[in-house]
Design a protein around this ligand. Structure first.
Ligand SMILES: Nc1ncnc2c1ncn2[C@@H]1O[C@H](COP(=O)(O)OP(=O)(O)OP(=O)(O)O)[C@@H](O)[C@H]1O
Ligand SMILES: [Mg+2]
Length: 270
């Protein structure tokens, strides 16, 4: 069943953010494991205030790049700058300060199963902030409201939640520290089309109201149409093409051609 999604004409500001206002700058990044090279001399800019959709075949390295930016996977070479700071040049303290400025929804971004939703949202708060329990409770309830969860969900454990509610709770946790950048790795995977469309709308609304920069790995064509300002496509370890969806639709790159002009894309355009 195709999703009914509002097509986002332009960004929240009415224009694609300026090319020179870059939140994340990746240059010449190579990452591999053992003999295997996954990302090869990759360049990418994520502009401040945009939703960048990051697409590519399964196993091409989308999560690896995300994790490399987050400092969870070691790169072999290249540089990554976030808000103008070269991550390799930061002290442990400076890196921690930067970590407070981003929130992450991991692909298998499970919540801690032994903690309630409220406690899950408070994990980053405990790690990075020194707040009273009462204040953390208040803040976590605000995040729960922000992602459209019923307040009752606060005291539930992940096993008591639907897939859509788990995604929302994980998003609330990603927003716990009021980040400027949100990393979302396959945020709508596993949701039904209606649930996915609602989640896209939530991300779009939050991005606009909070002025977030969003780096979103996705396989979901509908998300690309509805909330992404620009798209970068990963193939053969590099960004093979980047730009607004209209431009990528014209790309001659074989992977993009089959991706956008495949059966799923045709169904979307009908
Ligand atoms: N920690 C690791 N050790 C060894 N190999 C890894 C590790 N992490 C990722 N890989 C390999 O790197 C490649 C890229 O993986 P990655 O998870 O980034 O793919 P992906 O593009 O996110 O795919 P999907 O769309 O299926 O999530 C895969 O071949 C994977 O097996
Ligand atoms: Mg992945």
């Amino acid at each position: 069943m195709p999703k009914v999604v509002p097509v986002r004409p332009e960004t929240g500001n009415g224009a694609i953010p300026a090319e020179n206002d870059v939140a994340i700058k990746v240059r010449g990044v190579t990452v591999g494991f053992g003999e295997k090279v996954v990302l090869r001399d990759l360049d990418l800019d994520v502009r401040r205030g945009e939703v960048l959709g990051f697409v590519g075949g399964s196993g091409t390295g989308k999560s690896v790049l995300t994790r490399a930016i987050l400092g969870l996977v070691k790169k072999w070479s290249g540089t990554i700058e976030v808000f103008g700071e070269n991550l390799d040049k930061l002290s442990r303290e400076e890196h921690r300060a930067l970590e407070r400025r981003w929130g992450v929804l991991f692909q298998h971004g499970a919540l801690f199963s032994g903690l309630t939703v409220l406690q899950n949202i408070q994990v980053p708060m405990r790690e990075y902030l020194h707040l009273s329990q009462a204040l953390m409770d208040e803040l976590a309830m605000l995040k729960i409201e922000m992602v459209g969860l019923n307040p009752d969900a606060a005291h539930k454990f992940p096993s008591e939640l639907s897939g859509g509610m788990i995604k929302r709770a994980a998003l609330a946790r990603a927003l716990a520290l009021d980040p400027e950048i949100l990393f979302l790795d396959e945020p709508t995977s596993g949701l039904d089309p209606i649930g996915a469309a609602e989640f896209d709308e939530l991300i779009g609304t939050l991005q606009k109201t909070l002025g977030l920069t969003v780096f979103m790995v996705t396989h979901d064509l509908d998300s690309l149409y509805s909330i992404c300002d620009r798209i970068a496509a990963l193939a053969d370890g590099k960004v093979a093409a980047e730009g607004p969806i209209k431009e990528l639709l014209q790309s001659q790159h074989p992977w993009l051609q089959s991706y956008f002009h495949g059966i799923r894309a045709e169904r979307m355009n009908r």
